[in-house]
Design a protein around this ligand. Structure first.
Ligand code: NG1
Length: 406
């Protein structure tokens, strides 16, 4: 994964710290193609890393101090010490992503060497494109590098999934897996516990557009409570229905034994009888989304864009109606795109705001862009400009590049 970097790593780093950085970590964002809100139920998902990314320029320090500065003015400087004192709780600022990463690496690998780190990113924040995991995985790679550790990416992805729970979000492991393990040109089929990844090539003539709805989905803020409520509801639904279809102690959050214990239709029939709102629709989404993942993977391998698009549309309906994580803005983007000829469209990531993902053929792209620019308007009066509709391409995972002479 190492490449050589030629030239000045970062003017921003030099300006803030007064000397040059000596290596760069680049960590991509991601879109999830299918398999939404099921990674924390340990069900397989199919995300894709994108070219938008967070860049960290880094220089090791002689002590155990870590200093982070962010090019975004709203984010104040962060300082932390690589020691047991990191065992404090989250403080709900952007530094939590670094603290969670550092704490996990102190615990797992006993790292002691600190670093100065400057963070720049062209990933929109709170947009469902995983800017948070890009940051925490980027910090982890920066600290491992200054400490001379090279860790297998799959092992690191598992550690980082647990590490990000420090922030208080009871998330799954999808984002860390794709950010650390993706290969350019491919989506990644991700299986959990144990983490296993498989590349699935994305046809070069499929166009994926990401459109930010203008509604923030701040997972260190309001969206976190709803997200954690959904994870709890999933666990409760599993434990309730297990008594009717499973044997022995119910799994804590793993839906795989449930899906093995009964066929999906029988499961939904039982659920209809024994579960109520909201657990019934939450389980309905989880089960139906789990079935969509292998279907979508097959459609991707067959390069069947219409089949893949239909699955995306069904996923959005399920997230909107059963999982209740869409917003009127995301629904509007999805409908406008579908009407303008998209093969499929859906919210991507946690929802509750954030971005929609649109799949289309090249010949439909302009009509979709035109429709979104001319017809989308949020209740707050936000419209879309052409450059807010980004064509994303399947990109590689995070890289570490040493500066020549650094
Ligand atoms: P985003 O959209 O980046 O907040 C979150 C979780 C994922 C997954 C998706 C929904 C984290 C770091 N990420 O992603 O694990 O559950 O929502 O599919 O918690």
């Amino acid at each position: 994964m190492k490449e050589h970097f030629h030239g000045v790593p970062s003017k921003f780093f030099q300006d803030r710290f007064g000397y040059p950085a000596n290596f760069i970590v680049r960590a991509p964002g991601r879109v999830n193609l299918i398999g939404e809100h099921i990674d924390y139920s340990l069900l397989p998902v199919l995300p894709m890393a994108i070219q938008l990314r967070t860049t960290l320029t880094v220089r090791p320090r002689k002590d155990s101090h870590v200093r982070l500065v962010n090019a975004k003015k709203a984010y104040s400087d962060i300082e932390l010490e690589l020691s047991a004192s990191l065992e404090t709780g989250p403080t709900s600022d952007w530094g939590d992503y670094a603290r969670g990463a550092a704490q996990a690496l102190v615990r797992e690998y006993g790292i002691t060497v600190g670093a100065d780190i400057a963070v720049e990113s062209n990933l929109p924040v709170a947009a469902g494109l995983s800017s948070s995991s890009a940051l925490s995985c980027g910090v982890a790679l920066a600290l491992l590098t200054v400490n001379g550790h090279t860790i297998d990416r799959v092992e690191l992805a598992e550690i980082m999934a647990a590490a990000e729970q420090y922030t208080g979000t009871q998330g799954g492991g999808m984002d860390q897996a794709v950010i650390l393990c993706a290969r350019g040109g491919s989506a990644l089929k991700v299986n959990f516990a144990p983490l296993q990844i498989r590349e699935v090539e994305v046809p070069g003539d499929w166009v994926f557009l990401v459109t930010y709805s203008g509604i923030v989905a701040e997972k260190s803020g309001a969206a976190q409570a709803t997200y954690n409520t959904r994870t709890r509801e999933c666990r409760e639904a599993l434990q309730t229905i297990w008594g009717w279809v499973g044997k022995g102690i119910p799994p804590k959050r793993d839906y795989r034994p449930l899906l093995e214990a009964a066929n999906p239709q029988d499961l939904l029939n039982v659920a209809d009888k024994v579960l109520r709102v909201p657990l019934l629709p939450r389980l309905r989404h989880t089960v139906s989304e789990a079935l969509r993942v292998p279907d979508a993977e097959a459609a991707l391998r067959m390069q069947d864009i219409d089949a893949f698009g239909r699955i995306m549309n069904l996923s959005h309906e399920s997230l909107r109606d059963d999982y209740e994580v869409s917003t009127p803005e995301l629904d509007r983007i999805v409908i406008l795109s579908q009407q303008a000829g998209a093969a499929g469209a859906r919210l991507t990531g946690a929802g509750l705001g954030g971005a929609a993902l649109i799949l289309c053929t090249k010949d439909k792209e302009q009509a979709i862009r035109k429709s979104l620019v001319e017809e989308y308007c949020s209740p707050q009066g936000k419209t879309l400009s052409e450059n807010e509709i980004v064509s994303v391409i399947p990109s590689g995972g995070a890289t570490v590049a040493r500066a020549v002479g650094g």
